[in-house]
Design a protein around this ligand. Sequence first.
Ligand code: NAP
Length: 415
Amino acid sequence: MIEFEQLTVPTEGERIGIDNGQLVVPNKPIIPVIEGDGIGRDIMKVTRRVVNAAVQTAYNGENEIVWFDVYAGENAMAKYNEWLPQDTFDAIEYFRVALKGPLTTPVGGGFRSLNVTLRQVLELYACVRPVRYFQGVPAPVTHPEKMNVVIFRENTEDVYAGIEWEQGTPEVKKVIELLRTEMGVDIREDSGIGVKPISIFGTKRLARMAIQYAIDHGRRSVTFVHKGNIMKFTEGAFCAWGYELAKEEFPEQTITEDELYSDYDGECPEGKIIVNDRIADSMLQQILTRTDEYDVIVTPNLNGDYLSDAAAAQVGGIGMAPGGNLSDEVALFEATHGTAPKYTDQDVVNPGSLILSAVMMLEHLGWQEAADLIISGLEKTILQKKVTYDLERLMEGATKVRTSEFGASIVENFQ
Ligand code: NAP
Protein backbone atom coordinates (compact mmCIF):
# COMPACT_ATOMS: atom_id res chain seq x y z
CA MET A 1 0.00 0.00 0.00
CA ILE A 2 1.16 3.49 -0.84
CA GLU A 3 2.49 5.73 1.96
CA PHE A 4 1.68 9.42 2.21
CA GLU A 5 3.37 12.19 4.13
CA GLN A 6 0.19 13.63 5.65
CA LEU A 7 -2.75 11.65 4.28
CA THR A 8 -4.48 8.64 5.74
CA VAL A 9 -6.01 6.34 3.16
CA PRO A 10 -9.63 5.38 3.97
CA THR A 11 -9.78 1.95 5.59
CA GLU A 12 -12.83 1.04 3.53
CA GLY A 13 -12.70 0.87 -0.24
CA GLU A 14 -10.19 -0.30 -2.84
CA ARG A 15 -7.91 1.04 -5.49
CA ILE A 16 -9.17 1.02 -9.08
CA GLY A 17 -7.08 -1.46 -11.05
CA ILE A 18 -6.03 -1.60 -14.66
CA ASP A 19 -5.82 -4.65 -16.90
CA ASN A 20 -4.75 -4.43 -20.53
CA GLY A 21 -5.55 -0.74 -20.61
CA GLN A 22 -9.05 -1.30 -19.17
CA LEU A 23 -10.09 0.00 -15.75
CA VAL A 24 -11.02 -2.65 -13.23
CA VAL A 25 -13.45 -0.93 -10.89
CA PRO A 26 -14.19 -2.49 -7.50
CA ASN A 27 -17.61 -2.06 -5.84
CA LYS A 28 -16.16 0.51 -3.48
CA PRO A 29 -13.50 2.47 -5.37
CA ILE A 30 -11.45 5.04 -3.47
CA ILE A 31 -11.71 8.34 -5.34
CA PRO A 32 -9.40 11.21 -4.34
CA VAL A 33 -11.21 14.51 -4.28
CA ILE A 34 -9.83 18.05 -4.36
CA GLU A 35 -12.52 20.27 -2.90
CA GLY A 36 -11.20 23.45 -4.54
CA ASP A 37 -10.99 27.08 -3.45
CA GLY A 38 -13.72 29.73 -3.29
CA ILE A 39 -17.03 28.23 -4.37
CA GLY A 40 -15.35 24.80 -4.53
CA ARG A 41 -16.69 24.10 -1.05
CA ASP A 42 -20.26 24.97 -2.04
CA ILE A 43 -20.36 22.89 -5.19
CA MET A 44 -18.30 19.89 -4.04
CA LYS A 45 -20.50 19.28 -1.01
CA VAL A 46 -23.60 19.17 -3.20
CA THR A 47 -21.93 17.14 -5.94
CA ARG A 48 -20.86 14.46 -3.47
CA ARG A 49 -24.40 14.26 -2.11
CA VAL A 50 -25.91 13.91 -5.58
CA VAL A 51 -23.36 11.28 -6.67
CA ASN A 52 -23.76 9.27 -3.45
CA ALA A 53 -27.54 9.30 -3.85
CA ALA A 54 -27.33 8.24 -7.51
CA VAL A 55 -24.94 5.38 -6.76
CA GLN A 56 -27.07 4.24 -3.82
CA THR A 57 -30.26 4.32 -5.90
CA ALA A 58 -28.74 2.72 -8.99
CA TYR A 59 -27.03 -0.17 -7.19
CA ASN A 60 -29.11 -0.61 -4.01
CA GLY A 61 -26.12 -0.04 -1.80
CA GLU A 62 -23.95 -2.64 -3.56
CA ASN A 63 -21.66 0.04 -5.00
CA GLU A 64 -20.35 3.04 -3.15
CA ILE A 65 -17.76 5.73 -3.79
CA VAL A 66 -15.26 6.08 -0.97
CA TRP A 67 -14.22 9.73 -1.20
CA PHE A 68 -10.63 10.46 -0.16
CA ASP A 69 -9.96 14.14 0.54
CA VAL A 70 -6.63 15.32 -0.86
CA TYR A 71 -5.34 18.86 -0.76
CA ALA A 72 -4.58 21.54 -3.35
CA GLY A 73 -4.74 25.31 -3.36
CA GLU A 74 -5.59 27.18 -0.18
CA ASN A 75 -6.32 24.14 1.98
CA ALA A 76 -2.98 22.61 0.92
CA MET A 77 -1.22 25.85 1.83
CA ALA A 78 -2.76 25.63 5.29
CA LYS A 79 -1.92 21.96 5.81
CA TYR A 80 1.38 21.54 3.93
CA ASN A 81 2.59 25.11 3.41
CA GLU A 82 2.63 24.47 -0.34
CA TRP A 83 0.02 24.83 -3.07
CA LEU A 84 0.31 21.39 -4.62
CA PRO A 85 1.84 18.79 -2.30
CA GLN A 86 3.42 15.61 -3.59
CA ASP A 87 0.81 13.63 -1.63
CA THR A 88 -1.87 14.96 -3.96
CA PHE A 89 -0.07 13.96 -7.16
CA ASP A 90 0.72 10.56 -5.67
CA ALA A 91 -2.87 9.93 -4.55
CA ILE A 92 -4.39 10.81 -7.93
CA GLU A 93 -1.81 8.77 -9.81
CA TYR A 94 -2.18 5.77 -7.51
CA PHE A 95 -5.99 5.71 -7.27
CA ARG A 96 -6.35 6.59 -10.99
CA VAL A 97 -9.67 8.49 -11.00
CA ALA A 98 -10.23 11.77 -9.16
CA LEU A 99 -12.64 14.70 -8.93
CA LYS A 100 -11.62 18.33 -8.53
CA GLY A 101 -13.22 21.69 -7.77
CA PRO A 102 -11.79 24.97 -9.10
CA LEU A 103 -8.48 26.29 -7.78
CA THR A 104 -7.28 29.87 -7.43
CA THR A 105 -4.18 30.63 -9.44
CA PRO A 106 -1.71 31.86 -6.78
CA VAL A 107 -0.20 35.21 -7.66
CA GLY A 108 3.59 34.98 -7.64
CA GLY A 109 3.50 31.32 -6.55
CA GLY A 110 5.88 30.32 -9.32
CA PHE A 111 3.02 28.51 -11.10
CA ARG A 112 1.39 29.30 -14.41
CA SER A 113 -1.66 27.75 -12.81
CA LEU A 114 -2.31 24.88 -10.42
CA ASN A 115 -4.60 23.31 -13.00
CA VAL A 116 -1.97 23.39 -15.72
CA THR A 117 0.61 22.00 -13.28
CA LEU A 118 -1.65 19.08 -12.34
CA ARG A 119 -2.21 18.27 -16.01
CA GLN A 120 1.47 18.52 -16.85
CA VAL A 121 2.86 16.57 -13.90
CA LEU A 122 0.29 13.80 -14.28
CA GLU A 123 0.73 13.91 -18.10
CA LEU A 124 -3.05 14.19 -18.57
CA TYR A 125 -2.75 14.68 -22.29
CA ALA A 126 -6.41 14.88 -23.29
CA CYS A 127 -8.83 17.55 -22.16
CA VAL A 128 -12.25 16.08 -22.85
CA ARG A 129 -15.26 18.41 -23.02
CA PRO A 130 -18.70 17.04 -23.84
CA VAL A 131 -21.10 19.77 -24.96
CA ARG A 132 -24.81 19.10 -25.14
CA TYR A 133 -28.03 20.99 -24.61
CA PHE A 134 -30.34 20.73 -21.62
CA GLN A 135 -33.89 21.61 -22.55
CA GLY A 136 -35.04 24.79 -20.88
CA VAL A 137 -31.60 26.41 -20.57
CA PRO A 138 -31.69 29.82 -22.28
CA ALA A 139 -29.46 29.64 -25.36
CA PRO A 140 -28.52 32.25 -27.97
CA VAL A 141 -29.27 30.09 -31.03
CA THR A 142 -32.55 28.82 -32.53
CA HIS A 143 -31.75 25.12 -32.33
CA PRO A 144 -29.41 24.53 -29.39
CA GLU A 145 -30.68 20.93 -29.15
CA LYS A 146 -28.70 20.10 -32.30
CA MET A 147 -25.44 20.28 -30.34
CA ASN A 148 -24.08 17.04 -28.96
CA VAL A 149 -20.31 16.89 -29.38
CA VAL A 150 -17.35 15.64 -27.38
CA ILE A 151 -14.21 17.69 -27.88
CA PHE A 152 -10.80 16.06 -27.34
CA ARG A 153 -8.35 18.92 -26.90
CA GLU A 154 -4.61 18.18 -26.76
CA ASN A 155 -3.27 19.29 -23.38
CA THR A 156 0.53 19.12 -23.56
CA GLU A 157 1.71 20.65 -26.85
CA ASP A 158 1.03 23.58 -29.20
CA VAL A 159 1.61 27.21 -28.20
CA TYR A 160 0.24 26.39 -24.75
CA ALA A 161 3.24 24.21 -23.95
CA GLY A 162 4.67 27.38 -22.43
CA ILE A 163 7.88 27.55 -24.49
CA GLU A 164 8.17 31.31 -24.69
CA TRP A 165 10.82 33.99 -24.45
CA GLU A 166 10.00 37.51 -23.37
CA GLN A 167 10.78 40.46 -25.62
CA GLY A 168 14.07 42.15 -24.77
CA THR A 169 15.63 39.25 -22.80
CA PRO A 170 19.05 37.78 -23.66
CA GLU A 171 17.27 34.48 -24.39
CA VAL A 172 14.95 35.91 -27.01
CA LYS A 173 17.88 37.73 -28.62
CA LYS A 174 19.69 34.40 -28.89
CA VAL A 175 16.69 32.75 -30.52
CA ILE A 176 16.26 35.60 -32.98
CA GLU A 177 19.96 35.47 -33.82
CA LEU A 178 19.87 31.69 -34.27
CA LEU A 179 16.86 31.93 -36.59
CA ARG A 180 18.56 34.65 -38.61
CA THR A 181 21.98 33.06 -38.94
CA GLU A 182 21.09 29.37 -39.08
CA MET A 183 17.64 29.36 -40.67
CA GLY A 184 17.66 32.50 -42.78
CA VAL A 185 14.54 33.83 -41.03
CA ASP A 186 14.32 37.54 -40.24
CA ILE A 187 12.40 38.44 -37.12
CA ARG A 188 11.95 41.95 -35.73
CA GLU A 189 14.42 42.59 -32.93
CA ASP A 190 11.67 43.79 -30.58
CA SER A 191 9.68 40.54 -30.76
CA GLY A 192 8.73 38.06 -28.09
CA ILE A 193 8.77 34.44 -29.27
CA GLY A 194 6.65 31.37 -28.58
CA VAL A 195 7.31 27.89 -29.94
CA LYS A 196 4.55 25.58 -31.12
CA PRO A 197 5.58 21.91 -30.98
CA ILE A 198 3.19 19.25 -32.28
CA SER A 199 4.51 15.69 -32.32
CA ILE A 200 3.51 12.39 -33.90
CA PHE A 201 3.43 10.80 -30.44
CA GLY A 202 1.27 13.55 -28.90
CA THR A 203 -1.13 13.60 -31.84
CA LYS A 204 -1.55 9.87 -32.25
CA ARG A 205 -2.25 9.12 -28.61
CA LEU A 206 -4.99 11.79 -28.61
CA ALA A 207 -6.48 10.53 -31.89
CA ARG A 208 -6.39 6.97 -30.51
CA MET A 209 -8.28 7.97 -27.37
CA ALA A 210 -10.88 9.92 -29.35
CA ILE A 211 -11.53 7.19 -31.93
CA GLN A 212 -11.75 4.56 -29.20
CA TYR A 213 -14.23 6.81 -27.39
CA ALA A 214 -16.29 7.15 -30.59
CA ILE A 215 -16.36 3.36 -30.97
CA ASP A 216 -17.23 2.72 -27.32
CA HIS A 217 -20.03 5.30 -27.31
CA GLY A 218 -21.59 4.56 -30.70
CA ARG A 219 -20.65 7.93 -32.17
CA ARG A 220 -20.90 8.55 -35.94
CA SER A 221 -17.87 10.64 -36.81
CA VAL A 222 -14.48 11.91 -35.68
CA THR A 223 -13.36 15.29 -37.01
CA PHE A 224 -9.80 16.62 -36.87
CA VAL A 225 -9.90 20.40 -36.51
CA HIS A 226 -6.70 22.15 -37.55
CA LYS A 227 -5.24 25.20 -39.27
CA GLY A 228 -3.08 23.12 -41.60
CA ASN A 229 -3.64 25.30 -44.64
CA ILE A 230 -1.32 27.84 -43.00
CA MET A 231 0.72 25.94 -40.38
CA LYS A 232 1.57 22.92 -42.48
CA PHE A 233 4.17 21.18 -40.34
CA THR A 234 2.31 21.51 -37.04
CA GLU A 235 -1.46 21.76 -37.60
CA GLY A 236 -1.34 20.16 -41.06
CA ALA A 237 0.78 17.33 -39.73
CA PHE A 238 -1.65 16.90 -36.80
CA CYS A 239 -4.41 16.24 -39.31
CA ALA A 240 -2.29 13.90 -41.45
CA TRP A 241 -1.13 11.91 -38.42
CA GLY A 242 -4.73 11.65 -37.23
CA TYR A 243 -5.81 10.02 -40.51
CA GLU A 244 -2.71 7.83 -40.41
CA LEU A 245 -3.58 6.58 -36.92
CA ALA A 246 -7.15 5.79 -37.98
CA LYS A 247 -5.86 3.72 -40.92
CA GLU A 248 -3.15 1.97 -38.90
CA GLU A 249 -5.11 1.08 -35.77
CA PHE A 250 -8.81 1.23 -36.67
CA PRO A 251 -9.01 0.09 -40.31
CA GLU A 252 -12.12 -2.02 -39.69
CA GLN A 253 -14.03 0.57 -37.73
CA THR A 254 -13.34 3.76 -39.68
CA ILE A 255 -13.67 5.16 -43.20
CA THR A 256 -12.59 8.58 -44.39
CA GLU A 257 -15.05 11.12 -45.74
CA ASP A 258 -13.40 10.76 -49.16
CA GLU A 259 -14.00 7.00 -49.10
CA LEU A 260 -17.58 7.61 -48.03
CA TYR A 261 -18.25 9.30 -51.37
CA SER A 262 -15.82 7.39 -53.61
CA ASP A 263 -16.71 3.89 -52.37
CA TYR A 264 -20.03 4.09 -50.54
CA ASP A 265 -22.09 6.65 -52.45
CA GLY A 266 -22.30 8.91 -49.41
CA GLU A 267 -24.06 6.26 -47.27
CA CYS A 268 -22.06 5.32 -44.20
CA PRO A 269 -22.01 1.51 -43.79
CA GLU A 270 -23.44 0.16 -40.53
CA GLY A 271 -20.92 0.15 -37.70
CA LYS A 272 -18.36 2.43 -39.39
CA ILE A 273 -17.21 5.78 -38.10
CA ILE A 274 -16.50 8.56 -40.58
CA VAL A 275 -13.14 10.28 -40.13
CA ASN A 276 -12.92 13.76 -41.60
CA ASP A 277 -11.19 17.09 -41.00
CA ARG A 278 -12.08 20.77 -40.99
CA ILE A 279 -10.03 23.94 -41.02
CA ALA A 280 -10.43 25.66 -37.64
CA ASP A 281 -11.96 28.93 -38.86
CA SER A 282 -14.47 27.08 -41.01
CA MET A 283 -15.25 24.79 -38.07
CA LEU A 284 -16.21 27.76 -35.90
CA GLN A 285 -18.80 28.60 -38.56
CA GLN A 286 -19.94 25.04 -39.13
CA ILE A 287 -20.52 24.30 -35.46
CA LEU A 288 -23.08 27.13 -35.65
CA THR A 289 -24.59 26.46 -39.06
CA ARG A 290 -24.37 22.65 -39.38
CA THR A 291 -24.21 21.79 -35.70
CA ASP A 292 -25.65 18.28 -35.86
CA GLU A 293 -23.10 17.11 -38.44
CA TYR A 294 -20.41 17.02 -35.76
CA ASP A 295 -19.88 14.43 -33.11
CA VAL A 296 -16.39 13.71 -31.78
CA ILE A 297 -13.85 16.48 -32.39
CA VAL A 298 -10.07 16.15 -32.03
CA THR A 299 -7.92 19.24 -32.02
CA PRO A 300 -4.65 20.83 -30.89
CA ASN A 301 -4.66 22.91 -27.76
CA LEU A 302 -5.37 26.44 -28.94
CA ASN A 303 -8.15 25.54 -31.41
CA GLY A 304 -9.65 23.38 -28.69
CA ASP A 305 -9.62 26.26 -26.25
CA TYR A 306 -11.68 28.46 -28.57
CA LEU A 307 -13.92 25.72 -29.84
CA SER A 308 -14.90 24.29 -26.44
CA ASP A 309 -15.99 27.66 -25.08
CA ALA A 310 -17.72 28.69 -28.30
CA ALA A 311 -19.63 25.39 -28.42
CA ALA A 312 -20.57 25.62 -24.75
CA ALA A 313 -21.81 29.21 -25.20
CA GLN A 314 -24.00 28.09 -28.08
CA VAL A 315 -26.04 25.87 -25.76
CA GLY A 316 -26.13 28.54 -23.04
CA GLY A 317 -24.04 26.34 -20.90
CA ILE A 318 -20.64 27.85 -20.13
CA GLY A 319 -21.58 27.81 -16.44
CA MET A 320 -22.61 24.15 -16.71
CA ALA A 321 -19.84 22.82 -18.98
CA PRO A 322 -18.08 19.74 -17.58
CA GLY A 323 -14.55 18.56 -18.27
CA GLY A 324 -12.12 15.74 -17.75
CA ASN A 325 -8.36 15.53 -18.14
CA LEU A 326 -7.17 12.08 -19.04
CA SER A 327 -4.10 10.00 -19.70
CA ASP A 328 -4.13 6.29 -20.51
CA GLU A 329 -4.20 5.44 -16.81
CA VAL A 330 -5.31 8.50 -14.87
CA ALA A 331 -8.42 10.67 -15.13
CA LEU A 332 -9.15 13.89 -13.30
CA PHE A 333 -12.64 15.30 -13.74
CA GLU A 334 -13.20 18.97 -12.93
CA ALA A 335 -15.51 21.95 -13.03
CA THR A 336 -14.46 24.13 -15.94
CA HIS A 337 -15.25 27.49 -14.34
CA GLY A 338 -13.10 29.24 -11.73
CA THR A 339 -13.45 29.89 -8.01
CA ALA A 340 -15.85 32.87 -8.30
CA PRO A 341 -14.55 34.10 -4.92
CA LYS A 342 -17.27 36.70 -4.31
CA TYR A 343 -19.82 33.88 -3.92
CA THR A 344 -17.78 31.68 -1.56
CA ASP A 345 -19.78 29.90 1.19
CA GLN A 346 -23.03 31.57 0.15
CA ASP A 347 -24.70 28.44 -1.22
CA VAL A 348 -25.86 30.31 -4.32
CA VAL A 349 -23.77 29.24 -7.32
CA ASN A 350 -24.61 26.66 -9.95
CA PRO A 351 -23.07 23.26 -9.17
CA GLY A 352 -23.96 21.99 -12.69
CA SER A 353 -20.44 22.00 -14.10
CA LEU A 354 -19.02 19.89 -11.27
CA ILE A 355 -22.05 17.60 -11.14
CA LEU A 356 -21.78 16.95 -14.88
CA SER A 357 -18.04 16.36 -14.48
CA ALA A 358 -18.93 13.77 -11.85
CA VAL A 359 -21.34 12.25 -14.40
CA MET A 360 -18.40 11.92 -16.80
CA MET A 361 -16.50 10.28 -13.95
CA LEU A 362 -19.29 7.76 -13.34
CA GLU A 363 -19.38 6.96 -17.07
CA HIS A 364 -15.61 6.50 -17.01
CA LEU A 365 -16.06 4.00 -14.17
CA GLY A 366 -18.68 2.21 -16.26
CA TRP A 367 -21.43 3.18 -13.78
CA GLN A 368 -23.77 4.37 -16.52
CA GLU A 369 -26.95 3.71 -14.50
CA ALA A 370 -25.90 6.18 -11.82
CA ALA A 371 -24.80 8.71 -14.46
CA ASP A 372 -28.18 8.41 -16.22
CA LEU A 373 -30.06 9.01 -12.97
CA ILE A 374 -28.22 12.29 -12.42
CA ILE A 375 -28.82 13.42 -16.00
CA SER A 376 -32.53 12.66 -15.73
CA GLY A 377 -32.74 14.48 -12.39
CA LEU A 378 -30.92 17.49 -13.79
CA GLU A 379 -33.06 17.62 -16.92
CA LYS A 380 -36.25 17.51 -14.89
CA THR A 381 -35.06 20.13 -12.40
CA ILE A 382 -34.26 22.56 -15.20
CA LEU A 383 -37.60 21.88 -16.89
CA GLN A 384 -39.28 22.67 -13.55
CA LYS A 385 -37.38 25.97 -13.74
CA LYS A 386 -35.85 25.48 -10.31
CA VAL A 387 -32.43 26.94 -10.99
CA THR A 388 -29.61 28.89 -9.38
CA TYR A 389 -29.28 32.67 -9.82
CA ASP A 390 -27.16 32.53 -12.98
CA LEU A 391 -29.89 30.72 -14.94
CA GLU A 392 -32.81 32.28 -13.07
CA ARG A 393 -31.83 35.76 -14.25
CA LEU A 394 -32.05 34.55 -17.86
CA MET A 395 -35.20 32.42 -17.63
CA GLU A 396 -38.71 33.73 -17.56
CA GLY A 397 -40.86 32.49 -14.68
CA ALA A 398 -38.03 30.59 -13.00
CA THR A 399 -37.64 30.01 -9.27
CA LYS A 400 -34.23 30.89 -7.83
CA VAL A 401 -32.89 28.11 -5.62
CA ARG A 402 -29.73 27.66 -3.56
CA THR A 403 -26.85 25.40 -4.60
CA SER A 404 -27.93 22.82 -2.02
CA GLU A 405 -31.61 23.03 -3.07
CA PHE A 406 -30.67 22.53 -6.71
CA GLY A 407 -28.78 19.37 -5.72
CA ALA A 408 -31.66 18.13 -3.57
CA SER A 409 -34.05 18.70 -6.43
CA ILE A 410 -31.88 16.66 -8.81
CA VAL A 411 -32.02 13.78 -6.33
CA GLU A 412 -35.80 14.09 -5.90
CA ASN A 413 -36.15 14.00 -9.67
CA PHE A 414 -34.18 10.79 -10.24
CA GLN A 415 -36.22 8.54 -12.53
P1 NAP B 1 -14.68 32.44 -12.52
O1 NAP B 1 -14.25 32.05 -11.17
O2 NAP B 1 -15.11 31.34 -13.42
O3 NAP B 1 -15.85 33.48 -12.35
C1 NAP B 1 -16.28 34.40 -13.31
C2 NAP B 1 -17.79 34.60 -13.23
O4 NAP B 1 -18.42 33.47 -13.82
C3 NAP B 1 -18.37 34.67 -11.83
O5 NAP B 1 -18.24 35.95 -11.28
C4 NAP B 1 -19.81 34.29 -12.13
O6 NAP B 1 -20.48 35.32 -12.87
C5 NAP B 1 -19.64 33.20 -13.15
N1 NAP B 1 -19.53 31.86 -12.54
C6 NAP B 1 -18.42 31.05 -12.39
N2 NAP B 1 -18.75 29.90 -11.82
C7 NAP B 1 -20.07 29.94 -11.59
C8 NAP B 1 -21.00 29.02 -11.04
N3 NAP B 1 -20.63 27.80 -10.58
N4 NAP B 1 -22.29 29.38 -10.92
C9 NAP B 1 -22.70 30.58 -11.37
N5 NAP B 1 -21.87 31.49 -11.91
C10 NAP B 1 -20.58 31.17 -12.04
O7 NAP B 1 -13.50 33.23 -13.28
P2 NAP B 1 -12.48 34.30 -12.73
O8 NAP B 1 -13.19 35.24 -11.82
O9 NAP B 1 -11.79 34.80 -13.92
O10 NAP B 1 -11.42 33.46 -11.90
C11 NAP B 1 -11.38 33.37 -10.46
C12 NAP B 1 -10.24 32.43 -10.07
O11 NAP B 1 -10.50 31.12 -10.57
C13 NAP B 1 -8.86 32.83 -10.60
O12 NAP B 1 -7.90 32.60 -9.59
C14 NAP B 1 -8.63 31.87 -11.74
O13 NAP B 1 -7.27 31.63 -11.96
C15 NAP B 1 -9.32 30.65 -11.24
N6 NAP B 1 -9.77 29.72 -12.30
C16 NAP B 1 -9.68 28.41 -12.04
C17 NAP B 1 -10.14 27.50 -12.98
C18 NAP B 1 -10.05 26.03 -12.65
O14 NAP B 1 -9.75 25.67 -11.52
N7 NAP B 1 -10.29 25.14 -13.60
C19 NAP B 1 -10.70 27.92 -14.18
C20 NAP B 1 -10.81 29.30 -14.41
C21 NAP B 1 -10.34 30.19 -13.45
P3 NAP B 1 -21.39 36.50 -12.26
O15 NAP B 1 -20.48 37.38 -11.50
O16 NAP B 1 -21.97 37.14 -13.49
O17 NAP B 1 -22.45 35.90 -11.40
